[in-house]
Design a protein around this ligand. Sequence first.
Ligand SMILES: Nc1ncnc2c1ncn2[C@@H]1O[C@H](COP(=O)(O)OP(=O)(O)OP(=O)(O)O)[C@@H](O)[C@H]1O
Ligand SMILES: [Mg+2]
Length: 386
Amino acid sequence: MRIEEVQSTSKKERVATHTHIKGLGLDANGTAIGMSAGFVGQAEAREACGLVVDMIRQKKMAGRALLLAGPPATGKTALALGISQELGSKVPFCPMVGSEVYSSEVKKTEVLMENFRRAIGLRIKENKEVYEGEVTELSPEESESSTGGYGKNISHVVIGLKTVKGTKQLKLDPTIYDALIKEKVAVGDVIYIEANSGAVKRVGRCDAFATEYDLEAEEYVPIPKGEVHKKKEIVQDVTLHDLDAANAQPQGGQDILSLMGQMMKPRKTEITEKLRQEINKVVNRYIDEGIAELVPGVLFIDEVHMLDIECFSYLNRALESSLSPIVILATNRGICTVRGTDMTSPHGIPVDLLDRLVIVRTQIYGPIEMIQVPISCLIMCFNFPM
Ligand SMILES: Nc1ncnc2c1ncn2[C@@H]1O[C@H](COP(=O)(O)OP(=O)(O)OP(=O)(O)O)[C@@H](O)[C@H]1O
Ligand SMILES: [Mg+2]
């Protein structure tokens, strides 16, 4: 089981129609400010969402679900994005659309399960022995090739690290040199090297090199305090799905057959139930030992009337499990049939699930808001001072 080097698989969101939404626009008491954070009007729904955000922050919403219901274009999707922005970037937020579950290759419940796990975060805190500092010297030492060819080998690397307190020169293994090249480390960067795994992380460029340009791609960091060799608390935010994906990659060899196998097999079907159970076990152990902390996030299912009866029964069960995120549903349907049955039901959601939901209604806009919404879009998109 790998917990290090987990890459984030979170979906990149670029929903341009909602770029003006920067939060819910509430004041300290939780009352809606007329035109703020990109929102206009819809005060009651915003305040209700504010209460939900408070409950999520106090971890009192776990295992419950919220339904945003109202006529089309009254800002349900916008409210859900507002909630995610209020929660901050550390709380995982996984948006999906009801129709995403229909695929000819992957089971509906599998898609739901994946998204559930994308919405459950894990904060791993580890005390690691590291060498940290600003790189003052980076010189690879070459030697004759050991395999007898004409090429040269790197026998070791000498690296100088500087902190406020002192400097140190380290002689490192050639594999760490590869890691240094991969991270594009150069003299003047602040880096840390983990002592037992040899993993290299580039923190940024030392602020002594900061220039006066207004716009730059570099991130400047201060030169580290303390000794070069020290214990450092490293915090990693991952989701359960990141762990699944990192551990599910095929471990086959480099031959043609396994390459073919990798190409033929869609990566999505590789995460098995067994693997998930293994990961849950390790995660539970980590939580018991106090190394990791669970951060239940938010799963947002838009157009929820598109789900069918199988998905709803799965949702019912998933909401009850101990590892469950907060689920936000949104729909613009009134009374309609539940997909996969001939029952009619409010919002196209079976009544048993409906009973467990907190429902927030959005109101249709009056002429004044109709004029103000596009103005608010313009103001926020062009960042005019308000
Ligand atoms: N109160 C508001 N303040 C500012 N912008 C808003 C507000 N309500 C809606 N908008 C904007 O109006 C547009 C339509 O809203 P949105 O897509 O959220 O509606 P919806 O309720 O999800 O509709 P549908 O039911 O069709 O999915 C979006 O660009 C949204 O950002
Ligand atoms: Mg919508």
